[in-house]
Design a binder for this molecule. Structure first.
Ligand code: HEC
Length: 196
């Protein structure tokens, strides 16, 4: 019995040392400085599982370092984001994100106020929320999520002063989506046309 206890103490000591060493590592050397947390449980999430691909783009790397989504306002990414949104989200949220079985995403009311940041919105899409809002990390990869976010932000019709995700410069020039606006395959920007 005594030996068992001693072994346990030794093992625990080892774990504690290990943790100490891990904490001493500079944060963010795996190029992640932001922490993604599940919208409901607050648990930290990683991008380790989920749909493959879309993890080493400049946009994803910038996002993981700074929380900034460089696809906002990029017309080539809006084109892709629209298409991804129509495939994965509009069935529940409406094609203008006006709300259906899922809440509207185009106004300034948020069940989870963290969704006014792109890190919060990314986390909700990746890890899900309650009920029918399951995790979407099997349908869309991180880069595609950033494209969807750019689109959701473009659909916003609420007061610009509540659009916390816009930089002051973007807020000045903000024009919400008008039905009938179309995006061509040759839009200039960072996002290549989707394959299908
Ligand atoms: C099967 C239906 C369904 C699909 C598909 C779906 N959602 Fe949802 N979504 C919901 C429901 C229902 C809620 C409310 C859940 C809650 O309050 O916890 C929700 C909540 C949300 C919220 C939180 C809104 C707030 O007010 O804070 C966001 C953001 C969101 N969804 C985005 C998306 C995006 C983006 C997609 C596509 C990748 C998507 N959803 C796909 C049903 C769905």
């Amino acid at each position: 019995m005594k030996t068992v206890v001693r072994t346990c103490v030794a093992v625990l000591g080892g774990v504690a040392l290990g943790l100490g060493a891990a904490l001493a590592q500079p944060a963010g050397d795996a190029s992640t400085d932001i922490v993604l947390r599940n919208t409901i449980t607050g648990e930290a999430m990683t991008l380790a599982d989920g749909k493959p691909g879309g993890r080493d783009t400049e946009a994803v790397k910038t996002f993981l370092k700074t929380g900034k989504n460089i696809y906002i306002d990029d017309r080539s990414c809006l084109r892709n984001g629209e298409s991804l949104f129509l495939t994965s989200c509009s069935g529940c949220h409406g094609h203008l994100a006006e709300g259906k079985v899922g809440p509207g995403l185009n106004d300034n009311y948020w069940t989870y106020p963290l969704n006014t940041s792109d890190v919060g919105l990314f986390s909700t899409i990746w890890g899900g929320a309650n009920g029918m809002m399951g995790p979407h990390n099997e349908d869309v990869n991180p880069d595609e999520i950033l494209q969807i976010i750019a689109w959701v932000r473009h659909l916003y019709t609420g007061p610009v002063k509540d659009a916390a995700w816009l930089s002051p410069e973007q807020a000045k020039n903000y024009h919400p989506f008008k039905e009938g606006e179309t995006f061509s395959k040759t839009e200039p920007g960072r996002c290549k046309p989707l394959e299908n």
